[in-house]
Design a protein around this ligand. Structure first.
Ligand SMILES: [Zn+2]
Length: 458
C-alpha cells in the first residue's frame, strides 16, 4: 500500500484543559499526515488535535494529497511536509489571541500523559489471573494453566529450531524504532508464545486430547471443532481482558476530550465484538455438550510439505477474497451478531493442513467467503498467496519457522513487516486487502488435496 502525505486544515477552539485557554481565542491547525488514504489521515489528525486539548469546530480544508511542489515557496509548509515524511505527522497551530490583535504560532503539549505501562501491567495482571472457559467450569477448576492457543507439540515444535524457538511479532517497542516504524519479528521460545490462561488443567487436558495427541485427519469433525473452539476461547479471553483494561483507562482520561472519545470508541467496538463472541461461545458450548460436531462446516487445504508457519485465530469476515462486502461490521446495533469463521494450521501425518471452519449458523457470510476463494482460484490466482495474505493480514497470533524466516531476502522480510504494520493501524480505512498487490511468491505452499463437508457449494 502506498503512503502519501495528506494535508488538511481545521478551525479549533482551546478546551479548558488547554494550557493557553486564558490567552487564545481560537486557532487554525494545518496538518501533514502520512497515510494510505484520506479517511485514515483525517481520523489520525483529529485524534491528535483533540488529544492536545482542542475542540474541532470545522474542517476548513478537506484532506488532499500533497507533494513537495505544493510548498515550493512556503518554507514552513515544506518543513512540515518533510517532518511528516519522517515522523508520519506534523501539525502547525496558528492562534489568535484573546485581545484579537496578535497571531502567534503555538506548540502545545497535551494536558494528559497516558501512562501506558500502567495499563499494560494491569492487562497483564488480569491475564495472569486466568479463568476456566469450559462450559462445565466450576469451583473445581482451581488449577489454571498456561494453555496454548496454538499447540505446543506438533504445530509449534514442527516449525521451531533446535533450541525450540520460533519467530513471532516483536512486543519490544525498541524494535519498532529500529525497523523504520514497522513492527519487527523476534525469536521467542515456544513455551512463551501464544499462551493464554483460559482453561484449568483438567478441562484443557480432557477437552483437547483428540487434537493434542493425534494428527489432524483431514475430515475428522470433532478435531475440526476442537481447533475452532480453542481459537474462539482465546479470542473471548483476550477481548474480555481488553475491555477491562479500556474501562480502567477511560476512568483515568475522562478529563481529556480526545482521549476519552478515542477510548470510548474502543470500548464500544470491544463490547460489540464481545457480544458476538459470547453468542458464538454459547453455540459452540452446545455443540460440545451434545457432540453435534457435524454442525461444523469446514474446508481443509492439505499439504505434504514441511510447515513453515503456525497460526490460529477467528475472524468476522467483512470482505470476501474478491473485495465484495459480505457483512457490515460498522453495524453497531448491539443486538446484531456477526458471522464468525475460524482458521488455523494443524499437523498431519505427512505434512500440515490449513483449516477454515465455522458453525452452520454463520453459513451466510462464510459460504460466500469460501465461494469467493474458489472463484479467485478459478481465475488463476495462487491459492498459496491468497491464504498467506489472509493469515498475515488477519492475525497477530502466528509464528514462522526460524530457518524459513532467515532464508527470506531482506526485501521480503521488509514487505511482511510493512504489511502487518499497515493492517494493525486502527485508523486504516481500506479493508479490501486480498486484492492488494504484495506478499506474492513468498509462502510457496503446495496443497495436494482439498477436503470439505460443504454440500451447498459447487
Ligand atoms: Zn475447568
Amino acid at each position: 500500500m502506498i503512503e502519501n502525505i495528506y494535508y488538511m486544515v481545521f478551525a479549533v477552539l482551546p478546551t479548558v484543559q488547554n494550557q493557553e485557554f486564558d490567552n487564545i481565542e481560537s486557532a487554525m491547525v494545518s496538518c501533514w499526515i502520512k497515510s494510505t488514504d484520506a479517511q485514515s489521515s483525517y481520523i489520525t489528525a483529529s485524534f491528535f488535535i483533540e488529544k492536545s486539548d482542542w475542540e474541532i469546530v470545522e474542517n476548513t480544508q478537506k484532506p488532499i494529497v500533497v507533494n513537495e511542489e505544493n510548498f515550493i515557496d512556503k518554507e514552513i509548509g515544506l518543513k512540515n511536509f518533510y517532518i511528516a515524511q519522517k515522523e508520519k505527522m506534523s501539525f502547525l497551530y496558528l492562534a489568535v489571541s484573546k485581545d484579537g490583535k496578535t497571531e502567534k504560532k503555538v506548540n502545545l503539549k497535551s494536558s494528559y500523559k497516558l501512562n501506558m505501562s500502567n495499563f499494560l501491567q494491569k492487562l497483564n495482571d488480569i491475564s495472569e489471573e486466568g479463568r476456566c472457559l469450559h462450559y462445565q467450569a466450576d469451583n473445581r477448576c482451581n488449577e489454571i494453566i498456561n494453555a496454548h492457543s496454538i499447540q505446543h507439540k506438533g504445530v509449534l515444535s514442527n516449525i521451531a529450531n533446535e533450541k525450540n524457538e520460533i519467530y513471532a511479532l516483536s512486543k519490544n517497542t525498541g524494535d519498532f524504532k529500529k525497523n523504520d516504524g514497522n513492527i519487527g519479528f523476534r525469536r521467542y521460545p515456544i513455551s512463551k508464545f501464544s499462551i493464554f490462561r483460559g482453561f484449568c488443567k483438567n478441562h484443557d487436558n480432557d477437552l483437547f486430547k483428540p487434537i493434542d495427541t493425534s494428527y489432524f485427519k483431514y475430515t475428522d469433525e470433532q478435531q475440526i471443532f476442537l481447533y475452532a473452539y480453542r481459537s474462539l476461547s482465546k479470542e473471548l479471553f483476550d477481548k474480555e481482558n481488553a475491555l477491562n483494561m479500556y474501562i480502567n483507562i477511560l476512568e483515568d482520561v475522562k478529563e481529556n476530550i480526545g482521549l476519552s472519545k478515542n477510548i470510548s470508541s474502543h470500548i464500544r467496538g470491544t463490547e460489540n465484538s464481545l457480544h458476538s463472541l459470547n453468542v458464538h461461545k454459547k453455540i459452540y458450548d452446545h455443540v460440545l455438550e451434545n457432540e453435534t460436531y457435524n454442525d461444523m462446516r469446514y474446508v481443509s487445504f492439505n499439504s505434504m510439505d514441511e510447515s513453515i508457519m503456525a497460526f490460529s485465530n477467528i475472524l468476522y469476515p467483512d470482505f470476501d477474497f474478491m473485495g465484495n462486502l459480505i457483512q457490515n461490521l460498522s453495524n453497531t446495533n448491539i443486538e446484531n451478531t456477526f458471522d464468525l469463521i475460524t482458521f488455523c494450521s494443524a499437523p498431519t501425518k505427512n505434512g500440515w493442513s490449513f483449516i477454515f471452519s465455522w458453525h452452520k449458523s454463520s453459513d451466510n457470510s462464510c459460504l460466500a467467503f469460501i465461494q469467493s476463494l474458489k472463484e479467485m482460484m478459478k481465475k488463476g490466482y495462487s491459492l498459496s498467496d491468497l491464504l498467506f495474505k489472509f493469515v498475515l493480514l488477519n492475525s497477530e497470533n502466528f509464528a514462522f519457522s526460524p530457518a524459513w524466516w532467515k532464508s527470506l531476502s531482506a526485501d521480503k522480510q521488509k514487505e511482511i513487516s510493512q504489511s502487518v504494520t499497515n493492517m494493525m493501524q486502527p485508523t486504516l480505512a481500506i479493508r479490501q486487502y486480498y486484492l492488494y498487490n504484495g506478499l506474492e511468491n513468498i509462502s510457496n505452499w503446495n496443497f495436494d488435496k482439498i477436503n470439505d463437508n460443504l454440500t451447498v457449494l459447487k
